[in-house]
Design a protein around this ligand. Structure first.
Ligand code: ATP
Ligand code: MG
Length: 391
């Protein structure tokens, strides 16, 4: 198991103070999958205040939940005291945080078998639910009775499909039945948690699994009730923005597309992303530019780096042949298309006596010329042209 030395050292330091500690969760799963873990978690019997005293650099990131972050030279390590499943009477927040004595209890509060494994440099793998076998068979299975586990925290229904999509795994049949049965309870989960899991789900290698949750009514509360051709989403690049746009395209008909802003804000998506998704969507219904001049004029509405995404969306969902524009794009991107890219500014024009309202008018004309003939974008040339445009 390829757990970094610094993480192993954290475990040893905690143990030399008389406690037990294990690497847990995502980092164990990803190491078994030969994937580089995003972060490292350690579970231990050591109380968080005491963990802090054992290390030079430590951040109190979640003392209330029993978590502190140890900053090592190479990676941050989240150290959490062993916990047990606690009540979720509002299906949102655990009623109280309950601590546990041992790693096995801690593992049994975790959601899926593949996430419920621990590893120790000497004691090796602790795998009470058969997570290693499920990884080998590429299966997502709830740790314990899926109906009970999803009742405790309904977000798990979405996490289940998210992991299946990210890892390209199948969902075990009883777990899948419970996902479908419990999906409507997602309405009780905070929007931010739903957003994060949903975006990961549709950005993964099986984005069509979103259909399961939609058909089961799990997203009705945010206005998403059906989806068509979800398999097409696979063909989009696995980037967040373009997958969100594609997903909404599959879920909403022409009329319902008016509600995109409302849907995304109800999911607490940030304004920049909302704006970018809306720009992509509105470009879906405009005619494609016919030549590179038209294309550059459209960059002010949808920036050049988003055009590849738009062309992917259009070729997949509108079945358009976008090869020609794709080829134009590389060249057009390297040419000036906005006022700020002109070789002269309003300040330069003032030296010619062009001021006030005239500044905007002349800059606009110059830009039109430069968009047509990029080689004109040279200070002296543009100053000459501007002098002639002076009224
Ligand atoms: P990623 O690499 O995408 O972050 P992860 O497995 O680390 O995946 P996290 O959401 O960071 O996922 O959670 C860390 C661990 O905490 C999980 O592996 C799992 O053991 C446990 N966990 C997280 N959320 C839940 C939940 N809602 N219910 C039960 N266990 C959970
Ligand atoms: Mg994680």
């Amino acid at each position: 198991m390829d757990i970094p030395q610094d993480v192993q050292q954290v475990i040893r330091t905690i143990e030399s103070a008389g406690y037990t500690a294990w690497a847990v969760g995502g980092c164990v799963r990803d190491s078994l999958l030969n994937k580089k873990p995003k972060d490292y978690d350690v579970a231990s019997s050591c109380p968080p205040e005491y963990v802090c005293r054992l290390f030079k650099k430590c951040a109190k990131t979640g003392i209330k939940y029993g978590t502190v972050t140890v900053i090592t030279d190479t990676v941050p390590v989240e150290v959490t005291v062993y916990r047990r499943e606690s009540g979720y009477s509002d299906r949102r927040h655990p009623d109280r945080i309950a601590f546990a004595e041992d790693i096995t209890t801690d593992l049994s509060r975790r959601d899926f078998t593949i996430n419920a494994m621990a590893w120790h440099p000497q004691r090796g793998l602790c795998d009470p639910f058969g997570g290693k076998g499920d990884i080998e068979n590429r299966v997502i299975r709830a740790a314990g009775d899926p109906n009970v586990r999803f009742d405790e925290d309904a977000l798990r229904v979405l996490r289940c499909l998210r992991f299946a999509s990210e890892l390209d795994f199948e969902v075990e049949s009883r777990t899948l039945d419970a996902v479908i049965k419990k999906a409507p309870a997602l309405a009780n989960i905070s929007a931010e948690r739903v957003r994060d899991e949903l975006v990961k789900l549709i950005s993964g290698s099986r984005p069509e699994l979103a259909e399961v949750i939609i058909k089961a009514g799990g997203l009705a509360h945010i206005g998403i009730e059906k989806i068509s051709n979800p398999k097409l989403l696979r063909r989009l690049p696995p980037a967040k923005l373009v997958r969100i746009a594609g997903f909404l395209w599959c879920c909403l008909d022409d009329r319902a597309r008016q509600t995109i802003k409302i849907i995304l804000s109800s999911l607490r998506v940030d304004n920049r992303t909302i704006f970018a998704v809306c720009s992509l969507m509105s470009e879906m219904t405009r005619p494609l530019p016919k030549n590179s001049v038209e294309l550059k004029k459209r960059f002010s509405h949808l920036p050049p780096q988003e055009w590849e995404n738009l062309l992917a969306l259009r070729s997949i969902f509108l079945k358009e042949d976008t090869h020609h524009i794709n080829e134009m794009l590389a060249q057009a991107k390297s040419e000036p298309w906005s006022r700020s890219m002109l070789a002269v500014s309003g300040h330069d024009l003032a030296k010619l006596g062009i001021e006030g309202r005239d500044t905007g008018r002349v800059l606009k004309k110059l830009l039109e010329k430069v968009i047509r003939e990029p080689e004109l974008n040279d200070r002296d040339t543009l100053m000459d042209i501007a002098a002639n445009l002076k009224s």
